[in-house]
Design a protein around this ligand. Structure first.
Ligand code: KG4
Ligand code: ZN
Length: 343
């Protein structure tokens, strides 16, 4: 068994976690999972401001790490290694996390493990459910929209990504346009519940096309045009725009994901296929219901880790570090932040 401290500072969450487990069989236990969201620091700007984020990470991280140790009932002697998100993400935050992780590793004489944030999302279902490779991952967050074939540890194949906005970003921009608070996803979902999804006709980007990629910016532009034509928006207008946006997004996503499910079935014939979802947008009930149905229709098992482990957190970073350490990874004190680091 290994016990790892994970650190996550790539965007607007300052997070630390202690995870214990092994990979044979796959089993992980989250001993602590501390996440400090900076939403309040950024809300007034309608999105994440990198400079504010980096400063907030500096202020909070030491205390968050200590809380993660305390809640796990651990001292440094219980910790086998320190894993920190090294990319992709905002460079200021990555520097804070990597430097803190390395400083602890140096002072405590433990290995330092650089972790790719996207790999953290990709492996979370192994931490929570112990699932075996291979499986298909749908990552839908504020910064990423991808379908990834997870073949094995360190063996990932990106099948699809967005050609413009990430899905969460499309929700956030739509919310901003309609004067709703940041982050936009939960606000749009709430208004959509009261709205008429048929009132506005919005495009279903890329629907029917053979490629597997996503696109959401045309949808946002069409929505802006409709909103501008209305002038001053009433509550009903906002509800109906949100409902029309959400159904357009959901139907576009359904078309796109179904193609990947079909491809996976063809490539891995005979094995029980699983679709794992990760990222903040996975909290959206309409999208989740659609995914459950698409999986049932295509004979897939649908797996959504608990939402606290779907959104940005450090447990997934600790777990990815743990998997690599189990496979013989060495300490890498030369690792430097990589703002762009594809999976
Ligand atoms: O994974 P996450 O917490 O952070 C990263 O972006 O990495 O995802 C945050 C994103 C935001 O864009 C937010 O608006 C979106 O997830 N989101 C939602 C919902 N809850 C969060 N989008 C749609 N519906 C929701 N209920
Ligand atoms: Zn993320």
């Amino acid at each position: 068994m290994l016990t790892i401290l994970g650190i996550e500072t790539s965007c607007d969450e300052t997070a630390a976690s202690v995870v214990r487990g092994g990979t044979n069989p796959v089993r992980g236990e989250v001993l602590s999972n501390i996440v400090h969201s900076q939403i309040d620091d950024h809300a007034a700007y309608g999105g994440v401001v990198p400079e504010i984020a980096a400063r907030a990470h500096v202020e909070k991280l030491d205390g968050i790490v200590q809380r993660a140790l305390d809640e796990a009932n651990c001292t440094w002697s219980d910790i086998d290694a320190i894993a920190a998100t090294t990319g992709p993400g905002l460079v200021g935050g990555l520097i804070v996390g990597v430097m803190t992780g390395k400083a602890i590793a140096y002072a405590q004489n433990k290995p330092f493990l650089p972790v790719n944030h996207l790999e953290g999302h990709a492996l979370t279902a192994r931490l929570t459910d112990g699932i075996q490779f291979p499986y298909l991952l749908l990552l839908v967050s504020g910064g990423h929209t991808q379908i990834v074939l997870v073949r094995g540890l360190g063996d990932y194949e990106r099948w699809a990504s967005t050609i413009d906005d990430a899905l969460g970003e499309a929700f956030d921009k739509t919310a901003k346009l309609l004067g709703l608070p940041y982050p936009g996803g939960p606000a749009v979902e709430k208004h959509a519940l009261d709205g008429n999804p048929k009132r506005f006709s919005l495009p279903r980007p890329l629907k029917g096309e053979d490629r597997l990629d996503f696109s959401f910016s045309g949808l946002k532009t069409a929505l802006r045009r409709q909103a501008t034509e209305l002038g001053a928006l009433t509550k009903d207008d906002i509800d109906d725009l949100c409902a029309s946006f959400q159904i357009a997004v959901t139907e576009s996503l359904e078309d796109r994901i179904s193609r990947s499910l079909l491809r996976y079935r063809n490539e891995f014939e005979g094995r029980q296929p699983t679709l794992v979802v990760a990222g903040g947008v996975a909290a959206n009930k309409a999208i989740r219901t659609m995914l459950e149905k698409a999986c049932a229709d295509h004979g897939f098992t649908f797996l959504a880790p608990p939402i606290a482990l779907c959104t940005d957190n450090a447990a997934m970073i600790a777990w990815a570090g743990l998997e690599h350490l189990s496979e013989g990874a060495q300490s890498d004190m030369d690792a430097t932040p990589r703002p762009r680091w594809p999976l």
